[in-house]
Design a protein around this ligand. Sequence first.
Ligand code: SF4
Ligand code: SF4
Length: 225
Amino acid sequence: MNENLLDISDGKLYDRNDMVKVGCHDCVGCSSCCKNMGQSILLDPYDIWQLTTNLKKSFEELLVSSIELHMEEGLILPNLRMVQLAAASDEEGCSFLDKDGRCSIHTFRPGICRLFPLGRNYEPNRLQYFLLKDACPVQGKSKLKVEKWLGIPNSKAYQEYLIRWHNLTKAVRSLVGASLEEENKAKAITMDFLSSFFIKPYDCEDFFEEIHLRMDQWEERNGKH
Ligand code: SF4
Ligand code: SF4
C-alpha cells in the first residue's frame, strides 16, 4: 500500500471476499456522497450499459439529461452530472437524487456509488479495496463482504472486467500522450475510444462478452500495450 493511501484509509487492503465495516443502515436519510462531487463520479462502460438499458435511453440522451463528458489525461470520459439543488443554494447534487434526497436509480446505480466509502486499488492483475477514513458519517457500521456491499451479480466477471478496463485506459492514456506531437492522431485515438466504449450502444445479452470483444478489437487496432 502506498503512502498516499495510508493517509486516507484505515491502512488495510481488502479482497472482494473479505469482510469490511461499511454497512451504513441504508444511509439513514444521508445523501452526502451524492452531493458536491464535481466531476468525480466517473462512469465506466458497465455503468453506461446499466443506465442505457434500465432507463431505455441512448448515451446521447443521457448526455442531455444526467451525465456529462470531461477531458482527463487525453481521454474523454463520462461522469454523473451535478445540478444546483435549490434556487437560493450553492449546493449541488447528483441529477438522479429525488426530492426526498434518495437515489432514484438505486438498483442500477454506478459502480463508484456502490463502492463508497471504499476505493479501488489496482495492480496490473489484481484489484483490491481500501476503506476511506472518516468518509461516511454513519456511526456503528456493520461488517459486510465487499462483494455483498457492491451488490453486482457475477462479481468475479465484474472484477476481471474492471482490471482489464483499468489497464486498457492506462494504455490509451500513454498512447495519446505519445501521439501529442501529431495532433490529428491523438484526436483520432481519443474519439475512437469514446465512440468504441461509450457511444456505441450496448444492446447485448452478455455485457462481459461484449466488452471483452470490444477491448480485443481495440487492441487489434492499436496494439496491446
Ligand atoms: S455518506 Fe454514507 S450514509 Fe451518507 S449517503 Fe454516502 S454511503 Fe450513505
Ligand atoms: S447515482 Fe444515486 S447513488 Fe450515485 S450519486 Fe447519484 S443519487 Fe447518489
